[in-house]
Design a protein around this ligand. Structure first.
Ligand code: MD3
Ligand code: FE
Length: 210
């Protein structure tokens, strides 16, 4: 079951589905957190330098490919440029979480080939952008928020106001359909501490890149 917490105040873009506390469900929480810690230990999050400047957020990835930025641009690559060998495998608990959330949101058959992990420290932000480095926009992106709550921003269309949503520990958002092409970003993360995750926000995005 999905709950549309903000439906009265703010209509959501078509294809955007909120699953509050889905990842912190007692049946999933421990395996999800264990998997996240294993990925972060194997492939430490690092600052990336884009053609437009340095990102404040630290990034890493797991799966068959990972997203990397350089002065030359952005792309998905099978080798981690900062370590010998491939990215860590996508842990089964995370693959299952993403597939179940997508199914729940009306996008059956989702098989992500990558999960990007964004690690925010207080003050870190992500400017408005569109995710367009993936091959087929018919697949959704599944987002999982862990740790410090943050304000997520979505631009609904030309001249329309920004939608602002507070995403809290365990919240899952599925972006399919028209929402897949929305501009979005994250406001500066407040100084705070989460009991499990510490003074950080970790966002996972599951994608079918190829
Ligand atoms: C809407 N991450 O990694 S997740 C990103 O919280 C990214 O770290 C943000 O934007 C974060 O690219 C937001 C929510 C999200 C992810 C992908 C989307 C929203 C999206 C793709 C299309 C539309
Ligand atoms: Fe994005």
């Amino acid at each position: 079951m999905s709950v549309d917490l903000f439906a009265d105040a703010q209509p959501l873009p078509e294809g955007m589905v909120l699953l509050p506390a889905y990842a912190s469900d007692p049946g999933r929480a421990a395996a999800v957190w264990e998997a996240v810690q294993a990925v972060v230990a194997a492939a430490p999050p690092r600052v990336m330098h884009t053609p437009h400047g340095t990102m404040s957020v630290r990034l890493t990835a797991c799966g068959a490919v990972g997203w990397v930025a350089s002065a030359a641009g952005y792309r998905y690559v099978a080798q981690d440029p900062e370590r010998p060998g491939p990215w860590p495998a996508l842990p089964a608990a995370l693959r299952r979480l993403a597939a179940q959330a997508a199914d729940e949101a009306g996008f059956p058959g989702f098989e992500p080939d990558t999960c990007l992990l964004n690690v925010y420290q207080p003050g870190d932000r992500m400017g408005l952008h569109t995710d367009k480095d993936e091959a087929d926009f018919r697949w959704p992106i599944v987002s999982v928020s862990l740790g410090i709550p943050a304000t997520f921003l979505v631009a609904q269309g030309q001249g329309r106001p920004l939608l602002r949503l507070l995403l809290q520990h365990g919240d899952v958002v599925v972006f399919g359909g028209a929402a897949r092409r929305c501009r979005h970003g994250v406001a500066p993360v407040p100084a705070a501490r989460h009991g499990l995750v510490g003074a950080r926000r970790i966002n996972l995005t599951f994608r079918r890149a190829r």
